[in-house]
Design a protein around this ligand. Structure first.
Ligand code: ADP
Ligand code: GN1
Ligand code: MG
Length: 376
């Protein structure tokens, strides 16, 4: 464990854990999960009844989420809404969505002596998260779970949601940020990535496709998750079913195509997001088909013909956008995504561009698969 991680564990014990309404004492905590944004810990509590229970304690990345109060208002609003729906459907609201553990003052997060924001969730036990699809049927269940999530939130009062990261999936803006990083070239890294830079520039026109249709109203805004990667779903160990959609920080009005596309980007790949050997990276059409089937079966009824027609473009857009974001962060000196080795963001950018190229080759098949499940 790194020094800074160890310091955080002491800090959690002294400052953070006692702030939450938990009937027990902290026994210890450990870094947990592999998210790129927040600092996540599993905190073990010795409960007053003698049992040991785990909680998720997270330091919110306020460099990225500038307003933790608004962020937690979104999370509390969305999870309360989902809990009601889950109950109506006969489900278990403590396992099928996140549960915010309130602070002793009744707030949804605490601010420590250094001004950092921390929150606590009930740990959903007996689940797994995957970094890569192990059994194809898992990807189908993930598709149904994200589709269901979007359907459940279809009548959520969208105007009450705060925009937690402005212009989050505004791909032309992501392109501008990339150009800006390139011009600055703070670390002199651009010369070493000329091929990747050219790859992005050749696709500048494409980056406008969905944003233009959103602006003209040809693509509707919906309440979307906006970060639908495989490891943001907890899968029930006992049943193998998608159980709980997590990482609700970016739930905001957005395009359904973004949610669909981000899942394909991460989950339909034959390799990890940071695989250095690009020969291993391709977009698996079988997985693409399974996800398309599951997503359209659960959320498809409300989609317009235009949305359905553009699903392949959604997949390519999110993959290109994410690749641009990784490359931008590499050029800027790795300030946004957590990295665990030299060149980590560059490896990530390269897998995304390899996937974009592969989608371009498989474009017609992708379109045929979408039509097969369009249900109209
Ligand atoms: P990040 O925004 O950094 O991706 P996440 O909220 O996705 O952070 O959490 C990181 C990881 O922690 C998840 O991928 C998951 O494995 C685990 N996790 C998060 N919340 C819970 C929870 N309530 N119960 C069990 N595991 C969780
Ligand atoms: C981040 O938080 P996490 O690790 O689930 C990022 C996503 C990227 C993803 C790439 C708030 O997701 O947008 O697609 O990394 N989240 C944020 O793996 O920027
Ligand atoms: Mg996550």
């Amino acid at each position: 464990m790194s020094g800074p991680d160890r310091q955080k564990l002491d800090w959690i014990a002294e400052q953070v854990a006692p702030s939450f309404q938990i009937d027990g004492l902290l026994a210890g905590s450990l870094p947990y999960g592999s998210g790129h944004i927040n600092d996540t810990f599993a905190a073990y509590f010795q409960m007053n009844d003698g049992t040991v229970r785990r909680y998720i304690v997270q330091k919110i990345n306020t460099g990225i989420f500038k307003n933790p109060g608004e962020l937690m208002e979104n999370v509390s609003g969305v999870t309360s809404f989902l809990k009601e729906r889950i109950l109506q459907n006969g489900g278990d609201p403590l396992r099928e969505t996140l549960t915010v553990v309130p602070t002793r003052e009744g707030g949804s997060y605490m601010t420590d002596a250094q001004g950092a924001a921390w929150r606590c969730y009930v740990f959903v036990e007996d689940t797994v998260t995957y970094q890569i699809v192990e059994k194809p049927e898992d990807f189908y269940t993930v598709a149904r779970t994200f589709g269901q999530f979007q359907r459940l939130l279809a009548d959520y009062p969208a105007h009450t949601l705060h925009e937690t990261i402005p212009l989050f999936h505004d791909t032309p803006n992501r392109y501008r940020n990339f150009l800006h990083a390139l011009e600055e070239d703070k670390l002199g890294r651009a010369a070493g990535v000329a091929g990747e830079i050219a790859f992005v520039k050749e696709r500048e026109a494409f980056t406008h496709l969905l944003a233009d249709l959103q602006r003209t109203g040809e693509l509707p805004l919906r309440v979307t998750h906006n970060d639908t990667k495989l490891n943001n779903i907890l899968i029930d160990k006992a049943t193998g079913r998608g159980l709980c959609v997590i990482d609700l920080d970016t739930v905001m009005p957005g395009l359904a195509l973004h949610d669909y596309g981000d899942s394909i980007r991460f989950g339909a790949s034959t390799a990890l997001e940071d695989e250095p050997d690009l020969d291993k990276v391709s977009m698996d059409l079988g997985l693409f088909e399974l996800f398309t089937k599951g997503f359209l079966e659960t959320a498809g009824q409300v989609f317009t013909d235009k949305e359905i027609e553009l699903l392949p473009a959604g997949a390519k857009m999110m993959t290109l956008e994410c690749g641009m974001r990784f490359l931008t962060d590499y050029l800027e000196g790795d300030t946004y995504f957590k990295i665990h080795r030299e060149g980590h963001n560059l490896d990530r950018a390269r897998t995304q561009f390899k996937l974009v190229g592969d989608m371009e080759k498989k474009w017609e098949q992708m379109q045929q698969i979408v039509q097969k499940y369009a249900g109209r």
